[in-house]
Design a protein around this ligand. Sequence first.
Ligand code: ING
Length: 313
Amino acid sequence: MTRIVRVGAAQMGPVARDETRAAVVERLLELLRRGAERGCDLVVFPELALTTFFPRWALEDPAEIDAYYETEMPSATTRPLFDEARRLGIGFHLGYAELTPDGHRYNTAILVDRDATIVGRFRKVHIPGHDTAEPWRPFQHLERRYFEESPEGFGVWRAFGGIVGMAICNDRRWPETYRVLALQGAELVCIGYNTPLHYAPDPTQDPLQGFHNHLVMQAGAYQNGMWVVGVAKGGIEEGVPSLAQSAVIAPSGQIVAQAYTTGDELIVADCDLDWCDHYRRTLFDFEVYRRPDAYGLITERKGIVPPPDGDGP
Ligand code: ING
């Protein structure tokens, strides 16, 4: 019996700074209902889906900062999403800013099963950007001020008939993300993202944002024989043009569904989890072909260490 998960990538357009959680939840409910109409088993929402991408500002008021985080999940505001998902019998993946009871702040995502049970929680591992305001930038990317790097790493969970992993935004650019998930058996990886089109440290990358976005997810999918679902919060959010181009990518590396707008848009794909074996039992049979004995530097060394000066091999 084939294990097909019908996945809905629920791309969002901009969330305004003054948009209430309730208003955002209404948008998420609309996308969830569209997913149910399309027969989805799982609907994947973006990173930090409940609020505007607040790391673009150097906020000073602790109350204002804290207002962007969730201290409970679900809360009274987000519970309607869980209740409707349960009523529809549909699972979802949701990204949000998490403030833990003991004061830790993470860029977090959850995996929620069809009965509205939270089956998995992931906290972003690779935190990009900077931790103090840099006035030279047209807008900030202060994720390193607002979020801690997860101490938990990458996990997988048995759900929707397969093994599901999660990553968030910048995690998708690092090949280690996909490999660590694949080594745990992940067959489907959900990745939300908020990606400005302008990359202040190197604007030559700006015209390549769409290419880089698909490049890394297609490579990750193909090199690890797994499905990758990348979901944007895109469009011009508080004056910052952000990448959309959400996509569902097969273990072959092919894009099987792609958003064509920069707003709220649901794209749907039937993900045959058994298709992973076309790659995992052949070209990328890890057990046969991988050489961990040759990869030591990947975990032993953080930065680049070039060879000493001088000639010779
Ligand atoms: N955003 C970005 C990402 O990795 C970034 C960081 C910003 C990359 C701008 C390129 C340009 O897609 C998050 N939220 O990680």
